[in-house]
Design a protein around this ligand. Structure first.
Ligand code: TRP
Length: 341
């Protein structure tokens, strides 16, 4: 095994959808066979814009874990843990906060975009915690000595900021930290059922990994199709149809070709096309739904996975904070047993 280590995670603010699946979960399932993998459920980061809704964050920690397990993330291979239970991360965030300027954080494109979307939370005065979350994310990565961060494009500015912090740290305190790299998911963002560029829970256009067959059918039936095609005989344009777009993700190449040809020639109605798609999505998600049922009926197994993963991650964090504090000359009683009381 290489000495590279994968570190990634998600904010527990809702159930994961198929955009998450194609964007990140699928590749994590493959990466865990190749690299040592740590996956954090970022409850502290979720609180930065949900500080007034702790129940939501708490509830979604287990939801996200069950989504991971249903998709094939294997707790024997990946260490899954709760961010807030690693106090060393908070410690490191404080150390890093000296190495980042406020202007730099305000310029971070991800922070800027998110702030524009969160006007109802922050108005025009952002909290210290939210502005600083890229610093805390840099601590998440480096406290576990993560070197590969599989993530979507939206995370790129955060990883770049982490790299800058690492370089600054090393230039002052010595060569202690490894600079992580982002591993961009090969498949770009998945569009919503309504044709929106992004699938998102707040947009109401998502199919969740946990959706029942009935929910899937209902959602697919309401997907946006070619607006110029009113009757079945009208010649359709699959390029502007969300159902055709989703067929490309869930149906065989032969099916996709047949669907598009028949649509263009006005031979296949949208309803038949949607039913076929819904069935394919239902079949695709079936094994995940079955795993979910297993974990939902065994909450003690879910808790055991979380506890063991967090314990292992904590051990790793303790090791790394000791190296980091030593480099910063904060190791007052080294060699004695008082390094950590
Ligand atoms: N920012 C990530 C998201 O919103 C979650 C996250 C927190 C994360 N810490 C991380 C991702 C460290 C990768 C590495 O989904």
């Amino acid at each position: 095994m290489s000495n590279k280590r994968v570190l990634t995670g998600d904010r527990p603010t809702g159930k994961l959808h198929i955009g998450h699946y194609f964007g990140s979960l699928k590749s994590r399932v493959e990466l865990q066979n190749e690299f040592e993998t740590y996956i954090l459920i970022a409850d502290v980061q979720a609180l930065t814009d949900n500080f007034n809704n702790p129940e939501k964050v708490r509830k979604n920690v287990r939801e996200v874990l069950i989504d991971y397990l249903s998709c094939g993330i294997d707790p024997e291979k990946s260490t899954i843990y709760i961010q807030s239970m690693i106090p060393e991360t908070a410690e490191l965030t404080v150390f890093y906060s000296n190495l980042v300027t406020i202007a730099r954080l305000e310029r971070n494109p991800t922070v800027k975009t998110e702030l524009a979307q969160k006007k109802e939370v922050f108005g025009d005065s952002v909290t210290y915690g939210f502005l600083g979350y890229p610093v805390s994310q840099a601590a998440d990565i480096t406290i576990m000595d993560g070197t590969i961060v599989p993530a979507g494009e939206d995370q790129e500015p955060l990883i770049e900021q982490c790299r800058e912090i690492v370089r600054k740290f090393n230039s002052i305190y010595g060569d202690v930290l490894r600079e992580p790299e982002i591993l961009l998911s090969e498949r770009k963002r998945i569009k919503g059922l309504d044709g929106n560029e992004k699938m998102g829970k707040s947009l109401g256009n998502a199919i969740y990994i946990s959706d029942s067959p009935e929910e899937i059918t209902k959602k697919v039936m309401s997907a946006v199709t070619d607006p110029n095609r009113i009757k079945k005989d009208d010649l359709g344009n699959p390029d502007v149809c969300m159902v055709a777009y989703y067929h490309n993700l869930f149906s065989t190449p032969e099916e996709c070709k047949a669907v598009c040809e028949e649509c263009k020639q006005g031979q296949r109605g949208c309803v038949a096309c949607k039913k076929q798609l819904a069935n394919n999505i239902i079949e695709f998600l079936r094994p995940m739904r079955e795993k979910r049922e297993y974990y939902e009926s065994h909450p003690e197994i879910v808790d055991k996975i979380l506890k063991e993963g967090t314990k292992k991650a904590r051990e790793e964090a303790k090791k790394n904070i000791a190296r980091i504090k030593k480099a910063m000359k904060l190791n007052y009683f080294e060699g004695e047993q008082y390094d950590r009381f």
